[in-house]
Design a protein around this ligand. Structure first.
Ligand SMILES: [Zn+2]
Ligand SMILES: [Zn+2]
Length: 405
């Protein structure tokens, strides 16, 4: 019986890798222009970090974590990377640097979910985190980086949805209002919603359960709750954000029901949607999380960031194909072929020869599949010290010396 990749995982094959490399390179280009530095944290952390950092009312922590015990220690494969970045930020005393601290990351994340189109158990995210700035210009900067990154990858039909969840004070009244409206049909909602009702009623708005969503419509939930009434400070912050987005020419839509699936957000939350994705159309999600650093044992530190799923992103952008190499050395004399190939690589060309010493015709066939040009190195060429260069696209053939190449 042959072994297959585990359910919910995927090999990224050589034919696909060019797109991944392009996405990662573009991320590096765009983020480093804004002076964001890459950080790489471990793929597993203490389970406690995610329980405290992601929040114990989230689906991620309750149902989706890969947790294992080693030497009496509970460890978890990271389901997201913000908690890990905050842990590193504190562990390496980044908070002593003068703010802001601007970081980005890329890498695999792990969630035990039912695999479906565009959703895997091992998936990849790219994200940015910015620490130390309370001003809404930081929120706008992060949103700008996301849209810039997406545009550079060729996505133009972007919609940025924004909302402000306010601070815990702003939310108090809203939570009560939400609970009042939901109370009459609470018993009919899913088990998750029942749990969220006391712990974090805002998250009910985020429920993906079809029955719950039908009930919300039936009971006209969206018209019965007025949205969060922001306190003067949060309200100022939100209008500042909109001003910055205007200045940056970023089109946005306000969505008062945007709450995001994590517990730690404060004030700004946002999603960036692309129109050619069908129902799962969010490509980027993020927001401000001013309380998280404190929750994980640091001093109060304002922070804002976002993450993008790379698989989903990759499904939206044009698929590039691998480049052909520059030269394929076709020769009967393998020693000379090895020597010439090495010399070509030394000069900065990509080059290959036939490891199998097949007939000329076979070698040329192989060359046509993988290379832009064939260099023929036959008896006459070796005797008279020249090369026959055949352009495999035009079939043009020329005699050249190595120097002329
Ligand atoms: Zn507030
Ligand atoms: Zn529900």
């Amino acid at each position: 019986m042959s072994i297959k990749a585990p359910k919910g995982t995927k090999d990224i094959l050589p034919s696909e890798i060019i797109n991944w490399q392009n996405i990662e390179k573009t991320a590096n280009d765009v983020f480093s222009k804004a002076n964001f530095k890459e950080i790489r944290t471990p793929v597993f952390e203490d389970t406690d970090l995610f329980e405290r950092g992601v929040g114990d009312t989230t689906d991620i922590v309750n149902k989706e974590m890969y947790t294992f015990i080693k030497s009496d220690r509970s460890l978890t494969l990271r389901p997201e990377n913000t908690a890990g970045v905050v842990r590193a930020y504190l562990e390496h005393n980044f908070h002593r640097e003068s703010p802001p601290v601007k970081l980005w990351y890329k890498g695999p994340m792990f969630r035990y979910e039912r695999p479906q189109a565009g959703r895997q158990r091992q998936f990849h995210q790219i994200g940015v985190e910015m620490f130390g700035i309370q001003d809404a210009s930081a929120d706008a900067e992060c949103i700008f980086l996301a849209t810039e990154f997406l545009k550079r990858l060729g996505l133009s039909d972007l919609v940025v949805e924004i909302n402000s969840l306010g601070c815990s004070e702003c939310r108090k009244e809203y939570k009560e209002q939400l609970k009042r409206v939901i109370a009459p049909f609470l018993g009919e909602l899913c088990e998750d919603c029942q749990n969220r009702y006391e712990k974090n009623p805002l998250r009910i708005l985020d429920c993906k359960n079809e029955n719950c969503n039908r009930l919300f419509e039936e009971h006209d939930l969206k018209n019965k709750v007025s949205g969060i009434k922001l306190c003067p400070e949060c309200s100022q912050h939100y209008s500042d954000l909109k001003k910055y987005l205007d200045v940056l020419n970023i089109k946005y839509v306000e969505n008062t029901f945007l709450v995001r699936g994590l517990d730690y957000y404060t004030k700004t939350v946002f999603e960036i949607k692309s129109n050619n994705l069908g129902s799962q159309n969010a490509v980027c999600g993020g927001g401000r999380y001013d309380g998280l650093v404190e929750t994980l044992g640091g001093a109060h530190t304002p922070a804002v960031g976002w993450a993008m799923g790379v698989e989903r992103l990759n499904s939206l952008i044009p698929q590039l194909s691998n480049d052909k190499i520059d030269y394929f050395v076709v020769s009967d004399n393998k020693i000379e072929a090895v020597k010439l190939t090495a010399k070509l690589r030394e000069k900065g060309f990509s080059a290959e020869f036939d490891y199998n010493s097949r007939k000329f015709a076979k070698q040329l066939e192989k060359a046509a599949k993988t290379s832009k040009c064939a260099i023929i190195l036959g008896e006459d060429e070796l005797k008279n010290n020249y090369l026959t260069v055949k352009n495999l696209e035009t079939s043009n053939q020329e005699k050249k010396t190595f120097e002329e190449l």
